[in-house]
Design a protein around this ligand. Structure first.
Ligand code: HEM
Length: 694
């Protein structure tokens, strides 16, 4: 244990004497944590990170301190030549390398017939790990790494591994093609369209980050080094960039590999390309409210009485409502600036709940919705125990999220054409794996970053600006104190459904708050979300755009002109050409973002195809899909179809009285608004025991 870092070693002493070689020494798995690892973790929740750290310790570096005495004939050897399968297993077990290979017990069929597990296991009874948290992302195309195996494309500045053109620095793509000072408001949809997207995403995926934020070799923080030393993979800043005066690089650490993939597959006597881990359940199951493991869900539940409630935080004066509870543990991003506030982060089912204030407001809304439903169910069924109330309320909350997503949100994103391609629900298909596809999480669904306004509007009950004013986005990152001290969640929520969203225009992608000021309060060198998305794509071995065109049956391309059907603006094609040299090099995320919108949708053709692939799987492969016969009674499904985000807002905001019926659709105030008592609601009486079977 050093003054600022802890190194952990799991070691096995090996003594082998074999015909070709004799070995004596320690085989060690080494990793380090230090204060930077805690302080610079992008999203708070150190306890969970520590858990991951322990679980995936072995996906880190393997250091072998061997005395190897070649007797004769050895030129090459593999781990399994040196260490017997028994010892390999022992090392794997000691280090936690087998943690992800858990085999869940789905034998409590009475439970599994009715309710989801928290970690998503046992949803598919034939393949109980499908869609479970802490499993590898799915792939629709094989990963592409520079060395075919684990190194990101473009890792060596002048490598021409697949084409004669080097890959551009992600930061150059960001400044030349993505960042924008001008934005165009959406003529149809509100900023809530963006916010639902992010909230939904946080029900679907979060990549497990590197377990240490410091390089393994010497414990130096990844925020202070500009070399590619695992796990650091800094985003280089070109010399003529305005940022260069400040720093040569921006902080970035690689995502954790699945144990047994990439480098560690060598230990397992095979070569598997590096895969990444989703720490959430894939299903739309409100895991952003309840957590993605039993441990997380326990931390969130209120066990003081048997009412099936979630823990509450500070009460709101003049209402019966409460804020989310605070997260306990060491200080995190929310208290980074002591002069500003010492209010800690809020605790919710997803660790990113404090990432920006409008997201925190959504989490607050939905945790209150659980408690509202649980309270009503208890009144209807006073004989139910706490677990039954909790599970039934959780099931209703998840079903509402599915309904809002597929009936209200997706039709706006995919348009009529896309909804037709998605097709109607035809029942549960146990052959469909709902797991999140790597390219969906790492590129496609990050389309939402192009919908973000640079300002969070904060509106009073007549939809004017509050005295504290609107907020430039960078002031909304990790600042829960503003909810407590600057008017609660209502002004932020009104700013979501009362203001137009940002339209994705191919020449106006990410506002400068995101490319120049991301998390500027927490990082000495602000991050750049566009460059991060591109770097992450390479970190995950996401194949180039042209490969996905093939997957999506689009025309093949030989030169940039061939892209003209999907990318009409010749200036953008020219920019792509200057940056990438050949279409074969184009990174997936920026290409998806510059495709023109299909009229009536908010996506281009390749994005449409990737969305349909993922959203079909999420629906058809979910045994607990709300429309799957037997999950709810027909009477209950009828009620669930009344669900709307407008109603959730009316019930659970601090005191919102007026909304439009569809909060994703722009409306003029006051003509386009309704009183909350006119918004349809779910009648929970059909959950009363006597009504079962109706
Ligand atoms: C102000 C709003 C937002 C901010 C500040 C933000 C920021 C971020 C950051 C910092 C990351 C991690 C990047 C990395 O290290 O790879 C991320 C990931 C991601 N974001 Fe956003 N985001 C926002 C809104 C959205 C929206 C609206 C969507 C979708 C509609 C979205 C979808 C995603 C997805 C899919 C990921 C990958 C998650 C994973 O699986 O790890 N984000 N975002």
């Amino acid at each position: 244990v050093g003054y600022s870092s802890i190194h952990i070693y799991v070691c096995v002493y090996i003594y082998l004497f074999q015909p070709c070689i004799s070995i004596m020494g320690w085989l060690c798995v080494e990793s380090s944590i230090n204060e930077h690892w805690i302080m610079h973790s992008q999203y708070s929740h150190t306890v969970t990170h520590f858990q991951h750290f322990i679980n995936y310790l072995s996906s880190r570096v393997f250091l072998s301190y061997f005395n190897i005495f070649p007797l004769f004939c050895i030129s090459e050897f593999r781990y399994n030549d040196l260490v017997s399968p028994h010892y390999l297993n022992l090392i794997a077990n000691l280090s936690g390398c087998t943690a992800h290979r858990r085999s869940p017990n789905c034998s409590d069929i009475c439970f599994h017939q009715k309710y989801r597990t928290h970690d998503g296991t046992c949803n598919n009874l034939q393949n109980p790990m499908w869609g479970a948290s802490m499993t590898a992302f799915e792939r629709i195309l094989k990963p592409v790494y520079e060395n075919g195996f684990n190194l990101p494309r473009g890792v060596s500045p002048n490598s021409f591994s697949t084409t004669q053109y080097p890959l551009p620095l992600p930061r150059i793509v960001s400044t030349k093609m993505v960042g924008t000072a001008t934005i165009t408001p959406d003529d149809r949809y509100t900023h809530m369209l963006m916010q639902w997207g992010q909230f939904l995403d946080h029900d679907l995926d979060q990549t497990v980050p590197a377990l240490s934020m410091s390089r393994f070799s010497d414990g130096q923080s990844c925020s202070s080094v500009c070399t590619n030393d695992p796990p650091c993979f800094p985003i280089l800043v070109p010399q003529n960039d305005a940022r260069a005066a400040n720093s040569q690089c921006m902080f970035f650490v690689r995502s954790s590999p699945v144990c047994g993939s990439g480098m560690t597959s060598l230990m397992m006597s095979s070569v598997y390309a590096r895969e990444q881990i989703n720490q959430l359940t894939a299903y739309i199951d409100a895991s952003n409210v309840y957590g993605s493991s039993d441990r997380e869900s326990e931390e969130l539940r209120d066990h003081t009485d048997q009412r099936g409630l979630l823990k509450k935080g500070l009460p709101i004066p003049s209402s019966e409502k409460h804020l989310l509870p605070f997260s306990t543990g060491p200080p995190t991003e929310c208290t980074r600036d002591e002069n500003e506030s010492l209010i800690p982060c809020f605790l919710a089912g997803d660790h990113r709940a404090n990432e920006q204030l409008a997201l925190t407001a959504m989490h607050t809304l939905w945790f209150r919705e659980h408690n509202r439903i649980a309270t009503e169910l208890f009144t209807l069924n006073p004989h139910w125990d706490g677990d039954t109330i909790y599970n039934e309320a959780r099931k209703i909350v998840g079903a509402q999220m599915q309904h809002i997503t597929y009936s209200h949100w997706l039709p706006k994103i995919l348009g009529d054409r896309g909804m037709k391609m998605l097709g109607h629900y035809k029942g549960y298909n146990p052959n469909v794996n709902s797991g999140i596809i790597n390219s969906f999480a790492t590129a496609a669904f990050r389309f939402g970053h192009t919908l973000i306004n640079p300002i969070l509007y904060r509106l009073n009950d007549t939809f004017g600006e509050i005295p504290e004013g609107h907020l430039p986005l960078h002031k909304a990152f990790f600042s829960p104190f503003r909810i407590i001290q600057e008017g609660g969640i209502d002004p932020l929520l009104r700013g979501l459904f009362g203001v137009a969203g940002k339209l994705r225009v191919p020449s106006q992608l990410l506002n400068l708050e995101l490319t120049e000021k991301l998390f500027s309060m927490a990082h000495s060198v602000a991050l750049d979300l566009a460059a991060t998305n591109i770097q992450r794509g390479r970190d995950h071995g996401i194949p180039p755009y042209t490969d996905f065109r093939v997957f999506c049956n689009l025309t093949s391309v030989e030169n940039f002109e061939d892209l003209h059907n999907e990318i009409k603006d010749p200036n953008i094609r020219e920019k792509l050409k200057k940056l990438y040299g050949t279409p074969l090099n184009i990174d997936l995320w920026p290409a998806l973002m510059v495709e023109d919108l299909i009229p009536g949708t908010r996506v281009g053709p390749t994005l449409m195809c990737l969305f349909i692939t993922q959203f079909q799987r999420l629906r058809d492969g979910d045994r607990f899909w709300y429309e799957n016969p037997g999950v709810f009674t027909p009477a209950q499904v009828t009620q669930l179809k009344q669900a709307s985000l407008a109603h959730v807002l009316c019930e659970n905001a601090d005191n919102i009285q007026q909304v439009q019926a569809d909060v994703f659709l722009k409306a003029e105030y006051p003509q386009g608004y309704m009183n909350c008592n006119e918004i349809p609601k779910i009648d929970l009486r059909v959950w009363q025991d006597c009504c079962e079977g109706q």
